[in-house]
Design a protein around this ligand. Sequence first.
Ligand code: ATP
Ligand code: MG
Length: 436
Amino acid sequence: MYLKNFDRFFSPLQWQIILTTAQIAHDLNLRAFAVGGIVRDAIVRENHPSPPLHKDLDLVFDGGEQAGMKVAIALHQLFPASKLQLHEKFQTAALSWQDADQDFEMDMATARREIYAYAGANPQVIATTLEDDLWRRDFTINALAIELDPQLGIKGEVIDRFQGLVDLANKQVRAIREGSFEEDPRRLFRAVRFAMRLDLEIATETYTEIIATTSSGIHDAIGGARLRSELLYTLAEPRAGAMFELLQKLGALRCIHPDLKLPKNLTNSFKHQWRRSQYWLHLLNQLENKTYAPLQLGLELLLSYLPHQIATQLDLGLAPEQKTRQIKLADLLINLPNLVSIGLKNSEITQNLQKFDTQTLILSGAKCEPAQRRILWRYLTQWQMVKSPLTGADLKQVGYATGKQMGEILQRLRFATIDREILTKEDAIVYLHTQE
Ligand code: ATP
Ligand code: MG
């Protein structure tokens, strides 16, 4: 297969960088390749009228130790606006462009072999050929490469060592070799991400191997920062809720904790809860002009299916505020029937709920019964925003002294407004007189 119009997947600056990279590699007597996601997605989106631009470009250089680093250093000199990072131990380098209209990263790796001392370990790296480099990759659809050319951009056929093109056409995610998940259990998450994102099936033998890996418990070795980043990558996907359901089916949630069980009910599955929480968050961000972080909220929703005593102890980099929220959320969910009971006035419900922050309320709204959810929504979008029709200055003008008592009066007026007992300033003055 020959990829046509490869340049349309890149911005003019990205394409200029790709051509320059190919020239630098040529001058250094190295071969340069685009590999992985950029090749796969160009094939998947071949007929897409306006494909999204890449934010993450993976290039590989074949020609000896530290080939990637050498090209990255030369390229950085020609594009000093980029930020250069070198990872000598892994024989890779990254250049990133981050400003208002350019936000992307180029990973420039030396074609390499990776040796894992134990499951989940960081690998030891040795430079090798592109063909060997493709062997260390995860799935056949991710082991596609295309050689770069200084004049044409790309040359020749797509390099397809493991029948990735056939798998892509047949909609299969297939591990390149046996033992892949044992070697790097992060691939469990990656398999699910590619399957759901690109609407592919996990190939039968790969599925069987995943189940064997998860039931052996070997994947428990993945933890800490690497597990956290897999979870956040997954949560960033439009179908994250469904992805976690599939991870559960595969037994892969054990990587987080053996007791983690997500709900599967038809109407209140994790997928629905995740969607609801993201939708509420999005609307409330607009309404309150805030920037509550969606991925963090997703992570908190996920962990809320563990007892908070366990969730708060996990090595997943939760901020102190997020740990406290796990405890508050558990408390809120237990007490919710009383706190939002039908017999209460709107102002009483407001008083009960105003002790909780917006994220805790969104999370409980995502998980609770529909009737309670409706009340939480009214509190978040209406009642919590209501102000007293009279301000402190208004009260001073009609003779009230400032201080604690005035605060209480303003609060009473706010609650009366929430209960629709008063609406206007005039109503408020009459209301105060009747109360005296
Ligand atoms: P995305 O669109 O999510 O960026 P991608 O395929 O580009 O998809 P990356 O995480 O950017 O994925 O990795 C680039 C390539 O590196 C992959 O296509 C794959 O070939 C290889 N790769 C990445 N992570 C692993 C891993 N854990 N094991 C084996 N190969 C990997
Ligand atoms: Mg990528």
